[in-house]
Design a protein around this ligand. Structure first.
Ligand code: PMP
Length: 371
């Protein structure tokens, strides 16, 4: 494969192949996508329409419009009982460039940054892009794929709870023990999407940490590109300067529209979606297990199931393509999430409705029986 400056997402190869099959008329069931399929709340759309008519959408302050920073700070107080000042909230175009800027600042100040493997690939890729030093932490299925303090050998660590690709949720106690050991960059992008278990924020156990989060998952606003950081006060100036240079500001229309998310009614609507995701999780989890997939860690949050396919194959990358071609079901190869035994795993996403999940499961069952 061509060598690139950073690794691409391998799932894009699956998606390309899926599109090719779709062009030929095949119906493909999509279990590979990592974005919610549910509609963005009407209140958000209305706010965007009004704003579009009334304003010229100039750049905003580099750290975001003050009203949004305030609403996000309030939301943390209501949701987690933590006090953050709006000054510490930095609005970014999705959480991704925020994460990039944070990794730069933290690696300059604290040196090496540890990250979990398997884990979200951007941690490793962004560190490489920055020429910053990363230290991989192999997280194991027997430990629920969790980072433990004993494994941290650096001054800073990236945590992701609920996690992609596993759906692991850290307890307050676990977060506390990790925060006592290292400076935590806490990727909380899947917060709000938990099933029967609460995901505490890192800010409940320490003030000295960074939260990376945004409107892409629970709030359903992937394409609007709005996210946020919550950072210790002394990091604000550096981050503001980096983001000014990198992105100028997050999209103005999206920032204003995102304000609507915090209206009572809108929050209730979003919270009701969690039940929909939970039903899908239950259906997919029991279905996959029934047809022979092993799931060492059941997801308590996010919208993924990380399944062990080592009883079917030694190469989950090849297996993903076989499943696509023969069963018409698109899944993400484990290879996308690192190197630690990832050839044994694939990720199923439940960002599709129950009918599609049932059909996908049936197709997988038939495929495995014929294989
Ligand atoms: N962190 C994790 C773990 C993710 O899965 C994603 C999206 N796939 C992101 C961060 C980035 O999301 P966004 O830039 O849309 O906020």
């Amino acid at each position: 494969m061509e060598r690139l400056l950073v690794e691409p997402f391998y799932v894009m190869k699956v998606l390309e192949k899926a599109k090719e099959l779709e062009r030929k008329g095949r119906r493909i069931i999509h279990f590979e996508v990592g974005e919610p399929d549910l509609p963005v709340p009407e209140a958000v759309k209305r706010k965007a329409e009004e704003t579009l008519r009334k304003t010229e959408l100039r750049y905003t302050e580099a750290c975001g419009i003050p009203e949004l920073r305030e609403r996000i700070a309030d939301y943390y107080e209501k949701t987690y009982g933590v006090k953050v000042s709006p000054e510490q909230v930095i609005v970014t175009p999705g959480s991704s460039p925020g994460l990039l800027a944070v990794l730069k600042v933290v690696s300059e100040k604290l040196g090496r940054i540890s990250y979990p493997d398997p884990g979200y690939p951007c941690y490793k890729n962004m560190l490489k892009f920055l020429n910053a030093k990363g230290e991989v932490i192999n997280v194991e299925s027997e430990e629920g794929f969790k980072v433990t303090p004993e494994k941290i050998k650096t001054e800073a660590v990236i945590l992701n709870s609920p996690s992609n690709p596993v759906g692991t949720v850290y307890t307050e106690e676990e977060l506390k023990r990790i925060a006592d050991k290292a400076f935590v960059i806490s990727d909380e992008i899947y917060h709000g999407l938990t099933y029967g278990k609460r995901a505490p924020s890192i800010l409940e156990v320490t003030d000295n940490a960074v939260v990376v989060s945004g409107f892409s998952k629970f709030f359903l606003m992937t394409g609007w590109r709005v996210g946020w950081l919550i950072v210790p006060k002394e990091m604000v100036k550096d981050l503001a300067a980096i983001l000014q240079n990198l992105v100028i500001s997050a999209p103005t229309l999206s920032q204003v529209a995102a304000l609507a998310c915090f209206e009572e009614e809108c929050l209730r609507e979003l919270e009701a979606n969690v039940e929909t995701f939970k039903k899908r999780r239950d259906l997919m989890l029991s279905g996959l297990k029934e047809i022979g997939f092993k799931v060492p860690t059941s997801p308590d949050g996010a919208f993924y199931i990380f399944a062990d396919v080592s009883s079917f194959t030694e190469d989950s990358f090849r297996f993903s393509f076989e499943v696509l071609e023969k069963a018409g079901v698109a899944i993400t190869p484990g290879k996308d999430f690192g190197y630690n035994k990832t050839e044994r795993f694939v990720r199923f996403s439940f960002c599709t409705d129950e009918r599609n999940i049932e059909e996908g499961l049936e197709r997988l069952y038939t495929f495995l029986r014929q294989r």
